[in-house]
Design a protein around this ligand. Sequence first.
Ligand code: THU
Length: 128
Amino acid sequence: MTPTVSPQQLVAAAQSARKQAHAPYSNYFVGAAVLTVDGEIIPGCNVENASYGGTICAERVALTAAIAQGKRDFSAIAVVTVDGGSPCGFCRQVMIELGAEMDVYISDEAGNFRSTTVRALLPDAFGG
Ligand code: THU
């Protein structure tokens, strides 16, 4: 049986991942957590660079780490910021590529979240 992970648990994992953020330039700390269909959670945080273009968002860190672990099927992603900010366009495109059927939980730092989907966040998406 597939282990059950609640949205609240996934948000909690993203809150925890947010503590690892390397964001000395923006001071905008972001945590993410991807849930595989098998119930595994892979965390990510934003990692900034003095050469600003080298920055990678928390969502893409989590998703690319999951891919590197051999995971391919994802059911949800949580993202946590101070103010419940919505994922950027670049991350939406990567989410469509790697987890088009994911639910997306967008949370503030206190754990207040709203639920949406990757398809709702990126309608009429470009696809290869
Ligand atoms: N950031 C994310 O981690 N995810 C997003 O969806 C939007 C932006 C990060 C990038 C940068 O480190 C900081 O937030 C400010 O843009």
